[in-house]
Design a protein around this ligand. Structure first.
Ligand SMILES: Cc1cc2nc3c(=O)[nH]c(=O)nc-3n(C[C@H](O)[C@H](O)[C@H](O)COP(=O)(O)OP(=O)(O)OC[C@H]3O[C@@H](n4cnc5c(N)ncnc54)[C@H](O)[C@@H]3O)c2cc1C
Length: 499
């Protein structure tokens, strides 16, 4: 039987690969084949509808396979979840997923003619000194003195004055260095540390890239959003998964195909040119041919598909050393709303409580207050997140202490928390590579989307060229990748300040 032919083959149905594929299909009518090894689309941004989970493995497996995330702790035990159908009516993400209404994904969905309603937050509160402080657009932050506020604002103004190009000069400058050269106000530094925590999913100022932090802050402000209104958001039922369904529709409408449960074993290269892939599907091995293959597999895993000998040794070394951050997520199912306000709440957990070297950034939000279809009527889904180092995510003792610190915080802050808590899961990932931009791993230090070494080989996803907040960086890479493969400058899909 002759091998199938496609204009483009994409390996991996993550955000980067799916956006690239949908753009090429919708704008240029390219026939694209997407092959995904996991049983569902979305990669690290996959999501779950509780009522569909017949067994615990229906949740645990895709969480590990696609999202590279495992469960550290559950309350109650996993058998009770299944027996009591605790997740029915809840729709939740692999870990968590704050979507950015100000980000690039909305523009891509519009460009492929398949918009998705993104539900924004409409309030924010900062938990500090044992109480909540409302954050309101245009108003001073209530816990800051006039001087702290002036210092803080002047840093924001400087970021806004810096163009995206100028920010490249600061790519490799640790944010700690940048901010300490400009202010000695502890509260201004703390504010920007928390904002950096949201943007870069890192707690440590020294590990944050100044360039990426500046570009992301500008992007949010210039798009007209504020932490208290649309600074983050979510998607109603069926969760983030809807984005991938819509992108897949665009691919299929142009004559392409999207296959889950199909693992690519090899990208075939002959005489320095890509020829196609060899994949294993439910019916066995097969070959698909194309002169353009996009690997959406995180870049350090490239050599599971292609021999290292095809690339220069320095490139192989660089890619293998690709750095990863980690994080502990929380999903709480509550019998009654924890909060009626659709607030986004950042705070810091004390190092002494968490057992870590420095204080930890913790942010949580009532997802179903923004998107009511995410929890049963009258109940509430709360999601939250603590960025950790990769090493911390490997320590059971530290993870236990961080879980305990989160629970202690929730109990102290919400006296009826224990009574209201129906269930909790604490997923942990050590695979936030590309999500957490550190000074040594941004800008031109990220590999290019078009391989200079193999003709017809391209890369997409958050581990290659492109900047932005987490999944938004994967979309940026997708725009660059689609432009490299196709005939259009796909950067035109997004406003100038997002390019
Ligand atoms: C727990 C967690 C929470 C997160 N929270 C947020 C958040 O709140 N906001 C946000 O913006 N981002 C968040 N992120 C990051 C976001 O999910 C990623 O930046 C984004 O999904 C990365 O997309 P990608 O396309 O680069 O890669 P991936 O999603 O990793 O896609 C790679 C795909 O390739 C597939 N694959 C690998 N090998 C093969 C093979 N041989 N054959 C076929 N398929 C293969 C994988 O299964 C996967 O589907 C979070 C990530 C995690 C893990």
């Amino acid at each position: 039987m002759s091998a199938e032919q496609f204009d483009v083959i994409v390996v991996g149905a993550g955000m980067g690969g799916m956006c690239t594929a949908a753009l090429l299909a919708a704008q240029e009518r390219k026939r694209v084949l997407i092959l995904e090894k996991a049983g569902q689309l979305g990669g690290r941004a996959t999501s779950f509808v509780g009522a569909e989970l017949a067994t615990w493995d229906d949740y645990r497996r895709p969480l590990g396979d696609a999202a590279r995330t495992r469960l550290h702790r559950t309350l109650p035990d996993s058998e009770s979840f299944v027996r009591e159908r605790l997740l029915d009516g809840y729709v939740f993400e692999a870990g968590i997923h704050g979507i950015f209404p100000w980000g690039r994904i909305g523009h891509v969905l519009n460009a492929v003619g398949r918009p998705v309603a993104l539900a924004p937050n409409d309030a924010a509160a900062w938990y500090r000194d044992g109480r909540f402080h409302r954050v309101r657009r245009g108003e001073p932050l209530p816990w800051m003195s006039e001087r702290d506020m002036r210092e803080s604002k002047s840093l924001v103004r400087e970021m806004l004055r810096t163009s995206a190009r100028q920010a490249e000069d600061c790519d490799h400058v640790p944010f700690k260095e940048w901010i300490e050269a400009r202010t000695d106000s502890e509260k201004a530094v703390e504010f920007h540390r928390v904002m950096g925590g949201i943007n870069l999913t890192l707690t440590d100022l020294a590990k944050m890239s100044t360039g990426d932090n500046i570009r992301i802050n500008r992007q949010c402000i210039l798009a007209g959003y504020h932490m208290s209104a649309g600074g983050t958001g979510t998607i109603g039922e069926p969760g983030y998964r809807l984005v991938f369904q819509r992108l897949a529709e665009a691919v299929c409408q142009a004559g392409g195909a999207v296959r889950t449960g199909h693992r690519v074993r090899e990208i075939v290269v002959r005489d320095g040119r890509v020829r196609g892939v060899v994949a294993t599907g439910p019916a066995g091995d097969y070959e698909a041919q194309s002169s353009a293959v996009i690997s959406n597999v995180p870049i350090q895993n490239t050599f599971s598909l292609l021999p290292e000998s095809l690339f220069p040794a320095a490139w192989v070394e660089k890619v293998k050393r690709f750095w990863s951050a980690g994080g502990l997520c929380v999903n709480f199912g509550l019998r009654r709303p924890l909060t009626r306000e659709a607030s986004y709440v950042p705070t810091l957990l004390r190092a002494a409580d968490a057992g870590t070297d420095s204080d930890l950034f913790y942010v949580y939000w009532p997802t179903s207050a923004w998107a009511p279809t995410r929890a049963p009527l009258g109940e509430q889904l709360v999601e939250g997140y603590v960025p950790l180092t990769e090493v911390e995510t490997r320590s059971k003792a530290i993870l236990d202490r961080v879980c305990d610190a989160i629970l202690a915080f929730m109990r102290t802050t919400y006296p009826t928390f224990d009574h209201d808590l129906r269930w909790a899961v604490f997923p942990v990932t050590n695979f936030l590579c590309g999500v957490a931009p550190a000074p040594h791993q941004v800008g031109e230090d990220k590999p290019e989307v078009k391989s200079p070494y193999i003709e017809g080989l391209y890369f997409s996803g958050d581990t290659v060229r492109g900047w932005g907040c987490a999944a938004d960086a994967a979309v940026h890479a997708a725009l660059l990748c689609a432009a490299a493969v196709g005939a259009y400058d796909y950067m035109q899909v997004v406003p100038e300040f997002m390019r």
